[in-house]
Design a protein around this ligand. Structure first.
Ligand SMILES: [Zn+2]
Length: 294
């Protein structure tokens, strides 16, 4: 028979092994997903985003170091919905055979008409209700990879979902101070479709679903006329987009761009959008202030 002290020492060494375990290397396509993986995984994961804070995933060009990061990871997390057209090729060229998860799985995709084509809007994270899907998908993927951490991932996700619900309820209250017909915003590209639908706002942008597209002179002129006609004052730059086009447009329309919105990337640490919750609160507060001037 095994002695009690022997069992105790085995249990002790097992718990020591668990605690000293090297964090699971996870690669995400962009910064917002990295924050969500960190929230769910805590110390059990070491997460690296390919497209970092204040960087634009639409025009990202992978480097050899990115293939290396993917190859060294145990889980690759993408947004999906066509946000990372470069990812498939990158994973293939890296020779990565590990696990991967599409964080937006389960979200109802928003379709949109662009230049006569129906396209899917990838910016689903801008609605906090959608981020609940993201967090649960990440939790499931991590649990499969690391069953010993499943309870931790589940607890972390549940706590975060509660925070997302609080954020959403708060955001709804914030917007009630602005009449629906005044909720018009100008931004650089169509990044806020899910947000707009959820909070009953109207976003107008010279660039379409991707920052890659060129805005035509005709479209810019028509937007300038609309800004003047509807007396829209709420004009916002985006943290990861080139500000030139919007600055030019604002000048022509006689308006001044207000605060910066966090669209497709978090801010650098220490800035107001360093986490998803921070960026969402910053955006709502900035938008309400801007909309009140309309
Ligand atoms: Zn975008």
């Amino acid at each position: 028979m095994l002695s009690k002290s022997w069992l105790a020492s085995v249990a002790l060494s097992l718990s020591f092994v668990a605690a000293a375990q090297t964090p699971i290397p996870v690669t995400t396509s962009f910064s917002i997903l990295a924050d969500l993986v960190h929230v769910v995984g805590g110390d059990r994961v070491a997460v690296t985003p390919l497209v970092g804070p204040d960087e634009d995933a639409h025009v990202f060009e992978p480097k050899p170091a990115d293939a290396k990061a993917i190859l060294q990871s145990k889980l690759v997390v993408t947004n999906g919905l066509g946000f990372e057209p470069w990812m498939g090729k990158l994973v293939k060229s890296a020779g990565y055979k590990g696990a991967s998860v599409i964080a937006s799985t389960g979200v109802v995709p928003r379709k949109m008409d662009e230049d006569g084509h129906t396209i899917t809007d990838p910016h689903a994270w801008q609605n906090p209700a959608n981020v609940i899907f993201y967090v649960n998908n990440i939790s499931k993927a991590l649990s499969q990879l690391d069953p010993a951490g499943a309870a931790t991932y589940q607890a972390n996700s549940a706590a975060y979902v509660a925070e997302l619900q609080t954020l959403d309820a708060w955001a709804k209250t914030q917007f009630t101070s602005v009449p629906v017909d005044k909720r018009k915003v100008i931004t650089s590209h169509d990044a806020f479709g899910y947000f707009a639908a959820h909070y009953q706002l109207k976003f107008l942008a010279p660039q379409g679903m991707s920052t890659e597209g060129e805005a035509s002179a005709k479209e810019v002129a028509s937007l300038v006329r609309q800004i003047k006609r509807e007396k829209i004052k709420a004009v916002f730059l985006e943290n990861m987009s080139n500000p030139k086009l919007l600055e030019q447009l604002s000048k022509e329309a006689g308006v001044t761009p207000g605060a910066t919105l966090y669209a497709d990337a978090l801010s650098a640490p220490g800035q107001p959008g360093a986490t998803y919750l921070q960026m969402a609160r910053h955006n709502v507060t900035a938008l309400v202030t801007g909309l009140q001037q309309n």
